[in-house]
Structure formats: structure tokens, C-alpha cells
Design a protein around this ligand. Structure first.
Ligand code: ATP
Ligand code: F6P
Length: 600
């Protein structure tokens, strides 16, 4: 018989509430393992699990998580939830891995997991194939509390070996299994948290254009509204999450790029003074987030009001207490992502970062970097680029006239694709997505009002405006855009492309309205190499604080990274390589000088 042999069940009766709460406080997550015995594959039918929360598909069988074959006839699905997770109703079902038909849901009421404990009687899973044929399988459901350290170790082992491991007795972590290329063997699940997905564009040599890596319109796959080429030769590839991505190496044209002096030296104290100007809501609370948060060793920003009411200082010194109390562990990222999906009031779970800025102000660049950072912290984040939607719907060869504010067709077309991208982003959030990054110029108050209306009651919006007053940087950016953007891939004449982009920019400049409404962060001259400024208004909460911290610290200009070998060590003198002995004493001075050289 299937059992709810969870640790929590056994402990539930004997533990006092205080103790249980204490254990929750101490961190750790519940590692839930669902197993089905003796299932021999019937055609392409594979056991799946679906249920009431986004993690298991929100009762949408097409998003059910497929179980993986652990041995010839034992199937398993495991995931991590916080100990005080929402009630999880779920059922087993049989269906093909890449299709939703046939879909045979197990008979009987929903199974229910509360606090890692299976409610009610454990029972066989019964699948009625037709009037005469019923299949029965024993299922095992187990929840174990694991510490962030064990999770981290298990996660690392998984990443390193890509096969089941049993570090400290903990089975492998498998979260949000997604369809993979090899449908036949049904082995290792791929992980939703593909932290390497994003490539930050390197300005001069990047072969990828950051906007290509962003989300593709849902309607592209559903209704065929868009063409399957974005006008620049991009081929659309189905990806593992069922969406489609487009990529192609940018056409590199011969041109000269002027790279301004990028040196930015911070003082050794780690305190950046007056980098930020503006208001910061006193209601900011670092502890307002209920999910497990991962300290990535970067600390939290401490925003200290200075004597002047309108300025504050960002203190970047690490809070050693916080640093030591949380593991900077990859495995805990997984737990954080799951915890974030399941905890907190619904309206607080979704954040939209809406970029604002004239063309060639680094919006896409910033959006891609921020996406990667937030994913790295464990937050489910997606980047929606309206330019990509525009290219797919209207082709990539629109001239500057398309972007004139007094061109009603152009305006309608632009607003339409912006609304489509926003709709897609909100739908994705309603399916459990956490942070959406909405990347367009959003350069008029009217457009931003439209977005705020669409977001009402669904997500919180923070505008992130990029302003740049340095003509040299703008010129460099524009030249890079002509080189890399699919908008100019078909334009063989670099100068003609340059002129068209400058005309486009002029059209935007005529009607540009800087952000003065709502919650916003302004990045001003951040790429100038002279520090720049960040202004914030009406920003509060853990995640927005992290975002400000990231933007303050991010490097926007190319800079050298110096690597150096250590000098000759005492072991080296004895002919040994490796070990960890001290340097030859006469080399210590040399090492000190070398460190100094690197700091300069
Ligand atoms: N804060 C910034 N200010 C100015 N330039 C920046 C900034 N951040 C990055 N950049 C540079 O801007 C260049 C162009 O960036 P990007 O394509 O992201 O611009 P964009 O604003 O999205 O343009 P568009 O609206 O035309 O798509 C990048 O190569 C990057 O080096
Ligand atoms: O419709 P908006 O807000 O101008 O923003 C989208 C447009 O911004 C751009 O990035 C401007 O260059 C275009 O690629 C894109 O079509």
C-alpha cells in the first residue's frame, strides 16, 4: 500500500508547535519524493504528477511533471518545498511525455500534502484505460527535511555528474522536470533553473544579440499570428519549455568603434558615496520576504540617509552576520526558487521591471544582465523584448518613419506589440513566474499608463529608466546597434543604417517624457566611466533593494581582468607542485607589489 511515510507525519504528533516553528526558523526545506512501483511503460504513456500549485502545473495536465525512471519499473519525481508550504493537492496521471493525449488521470479524490504530510489514507493509484482495463500501482510518498547545506551538496553533485547521486544519503534534486531531447530513455530531468541561459553581450565581439535571447510571443506557437522568421534570417527553435527562441550570429560589418576610457576605481573601503540621489521609502524592510533567500556573498545594500534630505549613501560593506548565517550555495538557489513560488500574498509575488529610455541607452543590455542576476539569486525571471515582438510581427526592416509619433499606423503597430508582450508577461506570471523584465522604450507617459492599467492587481511595476548624456557613448552605442541589431542585418550600407537609426532616435527625442510617476529607478550616465548616478523613488522591499544594489555595482564598460600565477613557493623550490606552502620569503615583497599593481 502507498504510504505517507513522511518524517513530518511521524513527527507531527509528538512535536510541540514551538519546536516545529523553531525548526522552520532554522531553515531547511522539505524534500518530497513521489514514487510509483512496477509501472512498465504502456506505449508512450509515462507517469506524471499534476496539482494545485504552479510547481505542479496548476491542474493543467499539459504542464504536469513527468516522473523519471529510477530503475526498470520504479518511477520517481522529487521536488523541494518549504516546510510551511501551501496545501498541495495533486494526482498521478499517465500521458505521453510530449503530448497531452491520451491523458489518463488516476481515479478517486485528490491526494493532499500539508506540511510534507500526506493527508488521509494512502491508496493505490488506479488508472482506467477503458471499460474493461484498470491498472493499479503502489505509490510511495515521502518528505524529508533537508538542510540548505545538504541541498547544496546534492545540487552540486547533480550538476557535476548529471546522474542520480546520494550525497549524505540525500537523493538527487529534480525540480520542474521539462521535456528533453531524448524522449526514449526517460532518464535525467533537465532543470528549470538553467542559470547559464543568458549570454551578456560583449560590446565589440559578441556574436549574439541580447534581444534574440528574450521571450518569443506565445501566439507565435498557438495561433500563427507571427511569421516564423523575424526578417533577419533568424531561425526559430523550439526550446525545452515549449517556447521558441530565435538566434543567429550578427552580421559584423567593418566599422570603427570608439571605446571610451572605462576606468572606474572604487575606494578600498567599499563605500560608494553619493552615488545615489533621490528618495528612498523609509518603509523599506529587508525582512519582508518570506521565502528562503540566498545570500550570494554580495550582502544587502544598506541605504543610509545623509544630511541632505534628497541624498543617500549606499553602504556596500558586507554584513558579516548575514554573510555567515546563510550558505552561498548553489543548491539553496533551487529551494529559494520553489519557496518564492509558494509563499507570500499573490500580489506581492510578481514584479515587473519596465525599462524606459531612448534607443541605444543600454536597456536590453541592462535587462539581460538583470535577468541573469535575478535567476542566479533563484528568482524565476524572464525578459520580454518588444523589439523582438515587433520584428516578428512587422518584419525587421522598418525605417525611421515607423517610429514617428505622428505616424498613426506606426504608433498603433508599436502599441499593439507592446500590449501583446505585456499580456504574455502577465500570463506567464499568473502561471507562477516571479519577475518579468519588460524591455521597450516606453518613452511616453501614455504608454506607461497603458502598462500600469494592464498590470493593475496582477503585478507591481517598477520603471527602470536609462539616461545617458554623453554623446561619445551614444555614438558608440548607435554604431554597435547597426553592427549587431537584426534591424540592420539586411542593410549593406553601414552609413545608410547609421543615418536611419539617428533619424529613429530623433523621432523618439521629440516626444520623450522622462519618468516622474510611480516607483522608479533612474540610471544616469552609468556608462560614462565617472561613476554616474542612481536615483530611486518609492522603492521598498527586499527584491527592489537587491536590484538597486546590483545596478549600483554593475560594470558597464569593458575592463581588463588580470590573472597572475603565484611566485615560487617553498615546495616549488623542493621540486614539488601543488600543496599550499608559503612563498619563498624574498618573493613576498614581489607578491605585495603585484597585488598593488592589480588594484591599480
Ligand atoms: N546605462 C547605460 N548607458 C549607456 N549605454 C549603455 C548602458 N548600459 C549599456 N550600455 C551600452 O549600450 C549599448 C546598446 O545597448 P542596447 O542594445 O541594450 O540599447 P537599447 O537601449 O536596448 O536600444 P534599443 O532601444 O534601440 O533596442 C550596449 O552595447 C552597451 O554597451
Ligand atoms: O514601442 P516602443 O516603446 O518604442 O519600444 C519598442 C521599440 O524600441 C526599440 O528598441 C527602439 O529602437 C525597437 O526595437 C522597438 O520596436
Amino acid at each position: 500500500m502507498g504510504t505517507g511515510a513522511s518524517k513530518s507525519t511521524e513527527e507531527g504528533g509528538s512535536q510541540g508547535m514551538g519546536e516545529e516553528e523553531e525548526r522552520n526558523q532554522a531553515g531547511g526545506q522539505l524534500y518530497v519524493s513521489l514514487k510509483m512501483e512496477n509501472y512498465k511503460r504502456k506505449g508512450d504513456l509515462i507517469p506524471h504528477v499534476y496539482g494545485s500549485v504552479p510547481l505542479v502545473g496548476s491542474w493543467d495536465s499539459s504542464k504536469a511533471l513527468s516522473m523519471e525512471r529510477e530503475s526498470a519499473s520504479l518511477w520517481e519525481l522529487s521536488f523541494v518545498v518549504p516546510p510551511n508550504h501551501e496545501t498541495l493537492d495533486f494526482k498521478f496521471l499517465l500521458k505521453p511525455k510530449y503530448s497531452n493525449v491520451p491523458c489518463i488521470v488516476e481515479e478517486g479524490p485528490n491526494r493532499q500534502l500539508i506540511g510534507g504530510t500526506l493527508q488521509g489514507d494512502a491508496r493505490l493509484a488506479l488508472f482506467r484505460l477503458n471499460a474493461d482495463e484498470v491498472l493499479e500501482y503502489r505509490v510511495l510518498i515521502q518528505a524529508d527535511r533537508v538542510s540548505p547545506f545538504d541541498l547544496a551538496a546534492s545540487w552540486r553533485a547533480y550538476r557535476e555528474n548529471l546522474r542520480p547521486s546520494a550525497v549524505r544519503g540525500i537523493p538527487d534534486v529534480s525540480i520542474n522536470s521539462a521535456p528533453e531531447m531524448n524522449a526514449e530513455n526517460g532518464s535525467s530531468a533537465s532543470l528549470e533553473l538553467d542559470l547559464e541561459h543568458y549570454v551578456v553581450p560583449a560590446p565589440t565581439t559578441s556574436a549574439t544579440y541580447a534581444a534574440n535571447n528574450t521571450e518569443t510571443p506565445r501566439s507565435l506557437t498557438l495561433a500563427g499570428v507571427f511569421s516564423n522568421m523575424d526578417g533577419s534570417g533568424n531561425v526559430l527553435h523550439p526550446s525545452k519549455d515549449g517556447s521558441v527562441s530565435a538566434d543567429r550570429p550578427a552580421t559584423i560589418k567593418e566599422m570603427e568603434v570608439i571605446v571610451p576610457d572605462s576606468s572606474r576605481i572604487y575606494s578600498g573601503s567599499g563605500v560608494v558615496e553619493s552615488k545615489s540621489v533621490g528618495t528612498f521609502s523609509p518603509s523599506q524592510k529587508q525582512d519582508g520576504h518570506r521565502g528562503l533567500l540566498v545570500d550570494r556573498g554580495v550582502g544587502s545594500p544598506r541605504l543610509v540617509k545623509s544630511a541632505s534630505a534628497s541624498t543617500f549613501t549606499v553602504d556596500l560593506r558586507l554584513d558579516t552576520e548575514t554573510k555567515n548565517s546563510m550558505p552561498a550555495a548553489a543548491g539553496a538557489v533551487a529551494a529559494a526558487a520553489v519557496a518564492d513560488q509558494m509563499l507570500g500574498p499573490k500580489e506581492d509575488r510578481h514584479l515587473a521591471i519596465v525599462l524606459v529610455g531612448l534607443p541605444a541607452r543600454g536597456k536590453t543590455f541592462t535587462a539581460a544582465k538583470l535577468t541573469r542576476y535575478l535567476r542566479w539569486l533563484g528568482h524565476d525571471t524572464k525578459h520580454f523584448n518588444v523589439g523582438k515582438y515587433r520584428r516578428l510581427k512587422h518584419g525587421a526592416n522598418q525605417s525611421a518613419d515607423f517610429f514617428r509619433a505622428d505616424n498613426p499606423e506606426g504608433m498603433e503597430a508599436r502599441n499593439e506589440v507592446a500590449a501583446l508582450a505585456m499580456e504574455d508577461m502577465i500570463s506567464w506570471m499568473q502561471e507562477g513566474g516571479q519577475v518579468g523584465i519588460f524591455d521597450a522604450t516606453n518613452s511616453s507617459r501614455k504608454r506607461r499608463n497603458m502598462l500600469m492599467k494592464m498590470a493593475e492587481g496582477k503585478c507591481k511595476i517598477i520603471f527602470l529608466e536609462s539616461l545617458c548624456n554623453d554623446e561619445r557613448i551614444i555614438e558608440r552605442n548607435i554604431r554597435l546597434k547597426i553592427q549587431q541589431s537584426p534591424d540592420y542585418a539586411e542593410q549593406p550600407d553601414f552609413e545608410a543604417g547609421l543615418q536611419d537609426f539617428k533619424d529613429r532616435l530623433a523621432n523618439y527625442e521629440k516626444v520623450y517624457e522622462t519618468v516622474e510617476e510611480g516607483s522608479y529607478i533612474k540610471m544616469i550616465d552609468m556608462a560614462s566611466g565617472h561613476g554616474g548616478q542612481i536615483q530611486v523613488n518609492n522603492i521598498s522591499g527586499y527584491l527592489p533593494g537587491r536590484i538597486v544594489f546590483f545596478l549600483v555595482n554593475t560594470h558597464l564598460t569593458p575592463r581588463p581582468i588580470l590573472l597572475t600565477r603565484h611566485g615560487e613557493s617553498k615546495d616549488n623550490v623542493r621540486g614539488r607542485i601543488g600543496g599550499d606552502t608559503a612563498l619563498r620569503s624574498e618573493l613576498r615583497e614581489h607578491a605585495r607589489n603585484r597585488r598593488l599593481m592589480m588594484l591599480l
